[in-house]
Write a protein that binds this ligand. Structure first.
Ligand SMILES: C[S@@+](CC[C@H](N)C(=O)[O-])C[C@H]1O[C@@H](n2cnc3c(N)ncnc32)[C@H](O)[C@@H]1O
Length: 218
């Protein structure tokens, strides 16, 4: 079975936006969008793993600028069809090896935390911090495991020695992938965020968690 996350999202690109049509999640989506628009108002924002640009569009409504990056050109091509305002720029880039001319006032990562190996989180957060000003707002959102819904804990098909959890997923063309999908606890999120941020807040919505904070002074 294919275990390559980049290939999975490349092949899923055209069907990805279905996740934003789930009726019972609309409340959480609206609440999250409003929160991000408040947090990032007037900021220059670096977005990692922007995918098809759902959150890019929401954040661009109040941010001063958004540099939206993703490793897959296929998803960025779809994001570009949203015809977003001139304060948005897209760039194909791996979040592990980003280059940028100037530090940003905000960092956003939507539904990417769950796809980062537990043992690689610290290193990634340190790298991302290098692109941020002290006091920059840093925000992640991702899925909570909810019984009977799209992230039912029963869908976990493998747990590795480090505690990373994996799901088996099938695309519309029948291809199957084993995908890393971690479900962090609030205390784990607080502990990891504390490495780079202060003013940490972890919110639990019905289907999502949101972790936010402000980048520490050096
Ligand atoms: C679950 S999707 C989230 C997309 C978007 N943020 C959203 O919330 O709708 C995960 C995204 O991460 C991207 N991705 C995976 N590995 C990456 C990496 N190393 N660097 C940048 N993007 C990556 C995939 O291409 C995919 O678009």
């Amino acid at each position: 079975m294919n275990q390559n996350l980049t290939t999975y999202y490349k092949e899923r690109a055209k069907e990805y936006d279905q996740v934003y049509q789930i009726p019972e999640e609309q409340n959480d989506l609206l609440q999250s969008a409003q929160l991000f628009q408040t947090i990032f108002a007037g900021n220059s924002v670096l977005e990692i793993a922007c995918g098809t640009g759902y959150w890019t569009e929401q954040i661009s409504k109040t941010a001063n600028s958004v540099l939206a990056t993703d490793i897959n050109e296929a998803v960025i091509d779809i994001a570009k069809t949203r015809n977003l305002p001139g304060n948005v720029n897209f760039k194909v880039a791996d979040m592990n090896s980003l280059s940028a001319d100037q530090p940003f006032e905000g960092l956003f990562g939507g539904f990417i935390w769950s796809h980062i190996l537990l043992e690689e989180l610290d290193e990634l957060l340190d790298k991302l911090r290098n692109h941020l000003l002290p006091g920059a707002d840093i925000v992640f959102i991702d899925s909570r495991p909810v019984k009977g819904k799209s992230h039912d804990p029963k869908m976990i098909t493998r747990v590795d020695e480090q505690g990373n959890t994996f799901q088996t997923r099938q695309l519309e063309n029948g291809t199957t992938f084993e995908v890393l999908k971690n479900f962090p606890s609030t205390s784990f999120l607080e502990e990891k965020m504390a490495r780079v941020a202060t003013d940490i807040r972890v919110m639990e919505l019905e289907y999502y968690w949101i972790a936010s904070g402000k980048i520490k002074d050096r």
